[in-house]
Design a protein around this ligand. Structure first.
Ligand code: GDD
Ligand code: MN
Length: 421
């Protein structure tokens, strides 16, 4: 087997970019001493994601190599990441790697999709500047040198844009232009501080400094990897370079309606990033569930006592007297469970009979307030909101609100440490 035929191993695990130190460590363990001695240090790694691009890659690789050899000979790598294309793009690329020693090839068989292909490529990269370009020559290679020079002047991100001076699209239909701009406007509304930072947030042609995206787990959907890079990275300086989106020479686009859906979901996910987790930390959800379970157990205690006291076959006491005792039994039951389980961590810090009886009395008072609220709410929802209809739905709503109320007041006022010894 000749050297030119070896494939890059496919990284697995989370989609996360390593710092330059870690990346170099991984590379040096992986390669032979000889290879390390021969190689100049690679500073720029350009990923070329491909799917059925066998007819485009030779021209692309030769153009890219010609350009990069003129500025940073031996200091760059081209990483083609192919998703096991039916047209065997990866195999065609392998035949080129003898002529173009900077070309490295990854054949992915386990995963699919443009965005993850790009990140897997970056994970295998050695450079400090990472980049991506389409394989189909719709992204003009010459622009690359302008992007690179922006990075060398200190930008964290250099984006090839269709919407700045010198940019444009060649022969797009009015429908495609409309969809493209519509997607951007939507993005601006949902995610202004990400989408608004660049004129062409849909661009798939850009360079990014490794240090700006190393660390956080990336989780892009569909095609729009740039959103993820800006949304999760630490990108300060952004440069934009105009380019004209060329017509496809060979092969066909892989864009489907699915990509529009993915785009929307991706926007939503970036927007709610962290917020849901933070809310979950703030809201005592586990406690509330325990409180609900305890409340439910109280219903059975109430029923059982009511039966034992008031049923004609048992004690046959009066209904009101029986219900007061049954209700109080349920309150006692709920209090004991809440004290020992729902709020156990808090009652542990307030031990002794004194504080416990105080909690029990407060619990009673809160339950009473809940009962009053329950009656008022039932009347309000039934008579005013529903206009005298849907009695049981109204009761359900009243019970739900009162459960929340009971929980919240107990949590905030009752089970809390007031004095510690
Ligand atoms: N590995 C891999 N896996 N590559 C893929 C996949 C995939 O599932 N899907 C597409 N690609 C490759 C294609 O082979 C091509 O090199 C590049 O990704 C872009 O795919 P196209 O299907 O040609 O996309 P496009 O021309 O419609 O979209 C272009 O314009 C968008 C802006 O409107 C691309 O440049 C996008 O990156 C860009 O966002
Ligand atoms: Mn294309």
């Amino acid at each position: 087997m000749t050297h030119s035929q070896t494939l890059l191993p496919t990284p697995n695990g989370p989609l996360q970019i390593a710092s330059i130190q870690d990346a170099q460590l991984i590379q040096s363990v992986g390669s032979t001493g000889e290879a390390l001695l021969n190689a100049k240090e690679i500073q720029f790694s350009l990923v070329i994601p491909t799917f059925n691009e066998s007819r485009n890659i030779e021209s692309l690789v030769s153009q890219l190599t010609g350009l990069l050899d003129s500025v940073i000979p031996g200091e760059y790598e081209l990483i083609l990441v192919d998703d096991d294309s039916p047209d065997r793009t990866w195999e065609v690329a392998q035949t080129l790697s003898g002529t173009y020693p900077q070309l490295k090839i990854m054949r992915r068989q386990q995963e699919r999709g443009l965005s993850s292909a790009v990140i897997r490529g970056w994970q295998a990269a050695q450079g400090d500047i990472l980049g991506v370009i389409d394989a189909d020559l719709q992204h003009p290679p010459e622009i690359l040198l302008k992007l690179l020079s922006q990075m060398q002047q200190g930008s964290d991100l250099a984006v090839a844009s269709r919407h700045v001076e010198g940019g444009g699209v060649s022969e797009w239909s009015i429908v495609r232009r409309f969809l493209s701009r519509g997607a951007q406007v939507l993005g601006l509304l949902i995610l202004p501080n990400v989408v608004g930072r660049v004129s062409d947030p849909m661009s798939g042609y850009f360079l990014i400094r490794r240090s700006a995206i190393a660390g956080p787990k990336l989780n892009p959907m569909g095609y729009k990897i740039l959103l993820e890079v800006i949304g999760r990275g630490r990108v300060k300086d952004i440069a934009e370079v105009g380019y004209v989106f060329q017509e496809r020479q060979a092969g066909e686009s892989k864009v489907t309606w699915r990509q529009y859906m993915d785009y929307l979901l991706h926007l939503g996910r970036l927007r709610s990033r962290g917020r849901i987790a933070r809310l979950r930390q703030r809201l005592p959800i586990g406690r509330f569930i325990r409180f609900g379970i305890v409340g439910f157990s109280g219903v059975f205690v109430d029923m059982a006592v009511l039966y034992l006291l008031s049923d004609p076959s048992t004690l046959a006491w009066g209904l009101t007297r029986s219900k007061i005792i049954a209700g109080e039994a349920a309150i006692l039951n709920n209090f004991l469970w809440n004290d020992a389980w729902t709020f156990a961590d808090i009652s542990k810090r307030q031990q002794g009979w004194g504080p416990r009886i105080k909690r029990f009395l407060k619990f009673n008072a809160i339950c009473l307030s809940g009962l009053i609220l329950n009656v008022l709410l039932l009347n309000f929802v039934f008579n005013i909101v529903f206009g005298g209809q849907y009695r049981y739905l109204a009761n359900l709503i009243a019970i739900a609100v009162v459960t929340l109320w009971n929980f919240w007041i107990n949590y905030k006022l009752n089970w809390r440490v007031t004095q510690t010894k």
